[in-house]
Design a binder for this molecule. Sequence first.
Ligand SMILES: Nc1ncnc2c1ncn2[C@@H]1O[C@H](COP(=O)(O)OP(=O)(O)OP(=O)(O)O)[C@@H](O)[C@H]1O
Ligand SMILES: O=P(O)(O)OC[C@H]1O[C@H](OP(=O)(O)OP(=O)(O)O)[C@H](O)[C@@H]1O
Length: 231
Amino acid sequence: MSVKLGVPSKGRLMEKTFDWFGARGITLGRAGSEREYAGQVDGIDGVELILLSAGEIPRELAAGRIHLGVTGTDLVQEKLSGWNSCVEVMAEMGFGQADLVLAVPSAWVDVGTLDDLDAAAAAFRQVHGFRLRIATKYHRLVREFLRDNGVADYALIDSQGATEGTVKNETAEAIADITSTGDTLRANHLKMLDDGLILRSQATLFRARRAELSNADRSVLAQLLRQLEVD
Ligand SMILES: Nc1ncnc2c1ncn2[C@@H]1O[C@H](COP(=O)(O)OP(=O)(O)OP(=O)(O)O)[C@@H](O)[C@H]1O
Ligand SMILES: O=P(O)(O)OC[C@H]1O[C@H](OP(=O)(O)OP(=O)(O)O)[C@H](O)[C@@H]1O
């Protein structure tokens, strides 16, 4: 056995994760070519690097198939019901910062807040005969947020990418997605509602609460967490 560490296999989170571990004396890398999803760990024995899609890391942590995992807070909170009882936050890593926000067309000059959206949604249904559509891949987080804020008259439309384009394409009237610089929202003539911040996210090191460990692996994990200064 070994301690299994799940890290995003590509994109913005992978390299910064490698840098974060490297700065703490643990060198992570790909074992083979750029296209091979095998990992290599130097600086500690008994730790196996598993390269995974950022979106799958929450599920692997919850199932106990990996012991530690790096992914965004947004993905953990979206994908794991009762996430706090499945995983423990070991470190906020200071990169991958992004806000999950609710946005509407900039041209909707009368809609600046959730209350305005609620009123607009009721009017929309009367005029069009169907509910105002909000495109997102964050179904759980958006539903909870709108429920807590008293907005009910809407329908969620699933969008797994290019979500800001759904308004122009007329498959949705509003969106809930991650924003960092705000460029994508602006380029698509969308504006965030004043009180439309759903969640602040960043790359985070999580520990699986329910993963099984041999005694030997337990001490490797303790040593790794000490070395990372997160124990
Ligand atoms: N523009 C951004 N700036 C910073 N972080 C971002 C940005 N967009 C997304 N993220 C964060 O990056 C993480 C991974 O995002 P995403 O779900 O898009 O995965 P991906 O890179 O497409 O990988 P995969 O499709 O393999 O899961 C999420 O936690 C998300 O919050
Ligand atoms: O505020 P900004 O700096 O413009 O960043 C926000 C964009 O970044 C992410 O998209 P990504 O590049 O991951 O593509 P996606 O649409 O396939 O998710 C996110 O979904 C937004 O579209």
